[in-house]
Design a protein around this ligand. Structure first.
Ligand SMILES: *[C@@H]1O[C@H](CO)[C@@H](O)[C@H](O)[C@H]1NC(C)=O
Ligand SMILES: *[C@@H]1O[C@H](CO)[C@@H](O)[C@H](O)[C@H]1NC(C)=O
Ligand SMILES: *[C@@H]1O[C@H](CO)[C@@H](O)[C@H](O)[C@H]1NC(C)=O
Ligand SMILES: *[C@@H]1O[C@H](CO)[C@@H](O)[C@H](O)[C@H]1NC(C)=O
Ligand SMILES: CC(=O)N[C@H]1CO[C@H](CO)[C@@H](O)[C@@H]1O
Length: 380
C-alpha cells in the first residue's frame, strides 16, 4: 500500500511538472472498410456510419469531460478525401470532408481539445486494399501510376487552408511511412510542411520517419536497407519552427497480435531520445498500446513515466478507440477489446476502457494540460 501510494504521489508530482502538452487517444474508423487484398477500389467511397465513421461525439465527450484528456488523433483515408477519379490533390469529396470536419470541429471547437489530422496512408496513394502494403509510394518517379510529391503538396495546401483558422488542429503528415527511400520521405515531408505554411496555417506539424515511424528503430536501417530516419529527419526545415517528430511505439511488442508486452519503452526509445536532444527536436508518441494484463499495464506505465521525465516528448495518444470497432481488438490480443467507452470485448466483458485505460492510462493523464490555448512554438 505504502509503495503504491508513494508511486502515485511521485507520478502525480512528475506529471504536474512534466512537459506533456497533449495526452489522448486515437479515434480510428475513417479508414475502415477497404481491406480486400487484390480488390483495388473495394469499399470506396464507402458508406458513412456503415463502412467508415470518425468519432462518436458522446464518447469523445466522456474522454474530455470525465477523463480530462485533450488530444485525439483522427484517422481518414486519402482515397476517400481525394477520390481516385480526381487523383490526389486539391479536389476533395466534399461529403467526406464535411463529415470529417464535423468530427474535428466537435473535438476542437465544441470540446476545446486538440485534434491531430491523420491521413492514414503509409505515404501511399491509389490502392488501400491491402494496407499497409498496397498502393504506390507517393513521389516514386519509376511508377507511372504514383501520385507525385507536387500532388501531395497540393493536397496538403488545400487541407491546411481549410483548417488554418483553427488553433486546436495539428497536422500529421502521414501515418507510418515504410519501405521507401528515406530521402524521398524527407522530400515528401518537406513538401507538406512548405504547403501547410504557404496555406497560412501556423499550427504544430508532426513529421513521421521511415520503418512505420518506429521509435525503437529510429537510428537503424529499415525495410530493404532504407537509411535510418535519424540521418534525414533532422534536415527538415519549418520556417515557423513548429514541427515535431511523430513516433509510433505500437503495442510495445510492435505487433497487434500478441497480448504479451516484451519490449520496454524506455530502453527502446533511448536512441531516439538522444537524437531528439542532439537535434533540439520534440516528439509525440501518437500510437502505442498494450493488452489487458498486469505485465502490459506495467510496460505502459513505465513508458508514460519515461515520456514525462524526458522533456523532448510533448505528447502521446494510445491506440485505439473509435465508433465502429465493436467487440474487435485494435491491438494487443483478441480479448482486449477497444478503448471505446461502453463497448464490450469479444467475450461480452467490458472492453479496454475499463481495463487498460483504467489501470494504465488514467493514472498517467497529466493533471495540468493546456486547453484552448495558443501553445509555445517548438523545434525544427
Ligand atoms: C463522396 O463520399 C460520399 C460518402 O461516402 C459518397 O456517397 C460519394 O459517392 C462520394 N463521391 C465521390 C465523387 O467519390
Ligand atoms: C517504385 O516503382 C517501381 C516501378 O513500379 C517499383 O519497382 C519500385 O519498387 C517502387 N519503389 C518503391 C519505393 O515503392
Ligand atoms: C542507436 O541508439 C542506441 C541507443 O542509444 C545505441 O545503442 C545504438 O548503438 C545506436 N545505433 C546506431 C546505428 O547508431
Ligand atoms: C455512442 O456512444 C454512446 C455511449 O457509449 C452509445 O450509447 C451510443 O450507442 C454510441 N453511438 C453509436 C452510433 O455507436
Ligand atoms: C498507437 C496506435 O494505436 N496507433 C493507431 C492509431 O490509429 C491508426 C489508425 O488505424 C492505427 O493504424 C494505429 O496503429
Amino acid at each position: 500500500m505504502f509503495v503504491s501510494s508513494l508511486a502515485t504521489l511521485l507520478s502525480f508530482a512528475t506529471a504536474a511538472f512534466g512537459k506533456i502538452i497533449y495526452a489522448g487517444v486515437n479515434e480510428s474508423g475513417g479508414e475502415f472498410g477497404v481491406f480486400s487484398p487484390g480488390n483495388v477500389g473495394f469499399g470506396l467511397p464507402g458508406r458513412f456510419g456503415v463502412d467508415y465513421a470518425f468519432i462518436n461525439k458522446t464518447t469523445v465527450d466522456i474522454f474530455v469531460d470525465q477523463e480530462k484528456i485533450n488530444f485525439f488523433r483522427v484517422t481518414f483515408l486519402m482515397e476517400r478525401m481525394s477520390p481516385l477519379a480526381f487523383g490526389l490533390g486539391s479536389k476533395f469529396n466534399e461529403t467526406y470532408f464535411a463529415e470529417y470536419a464535423d468530427a474535428i470541429n466537435h473535438i476542437t471547437i465544441v470540446k476545446g481539445a486538440y485534434a491531430l489530422i491523420d491521413p492514414h496512408n503509409y505515404m501511399r496513394y491509389n490502392d488501400p486494399s491491402s494496407q499497409p502494403f498496397s498502393g504506390s509510394v507517393i513521389g516514386n518517379s519509376s511508377d507511372p501510376t504514383a501520385a507525385t510529391t507536387a500532388q501531395f503538396a497540393e493536397f496538403w495546401f488545400e487541407l491546411a487552408h481549410r483548417f488554418a483558422q483553427n488553433p486546436n488542429v495539428i497536422f500529421g503528415i502521414n501515418n507510418e511511412p515504410h519501405d521507401l527511400p528515406t530521402d524521398l520521405l524527407l522530400k515528401n515531408n518537406q513538401a507538406a510542411i512548405n504547403a501547410i505554411r504557404s496555406a497560412g496555417a501556423a499550427q504544430l506539424i508532426l513529421a513521421p520517419g521511415n520503418g512505420f515511424t518506429g521509435g525503437h528503430s529510429w537510428n537503424q536501417t529499415t525495410g530493404n536497407g532504407d537509411a535510418p530516419s535519424s540521418e534525414f529527419l533532422n534536415l527538415l526545415h519549418d520556417p515557423l519552427h513548429n514541427t515535431a517528430i511523430d513516433v509510433h511505439e505500437v503495442h510495445i511488442d510492435f505487433s497487434g497480435s500478441h497480448d504479451a508486452c516484451t519490449q520496454p519503452g524506455p530502453s527502446n526509445l533511448a536512441g531516439l531520445t538522444s537524437w531528439l536532444q542532439q537535434n533540439k527536436l520534440k516528439a509525440v508518441i501518437s500510437e502505442f498500446g498494450g493488452g489487458n494484463n498486469e505485465n502490459c499495464f506495467q510496460f505502459i506505465d513505465d513508458m508514460l513515466n519515461y515520456l514525462t521525465t524526458n522533456d523532448v516528448y510533448i505528447g502521446w495518444s494510445i491506440w485505439a478507440a473509435g465508433p465502429i470497432w465493436g467487440t474487435a481488438s485494435p491491438c494487443c490480443g483478441a480479448d482486449t477489446g477497444s478503448l471505446e467507452p461502453g463497448n464490450l470485448n469479444d467475450l461480452g466483458q467490458p472492453d479496454a476502457f475499463s481495463t487498460v485505460w483504467a489501470q494504465a492510462i488514467r493514472p498517467n493523464i497529466p493533471k495540468s494540460m493546456y486547453m484552448s490555448r495558443v501553445l509555445p512554438q517548438i523545434s525544427i
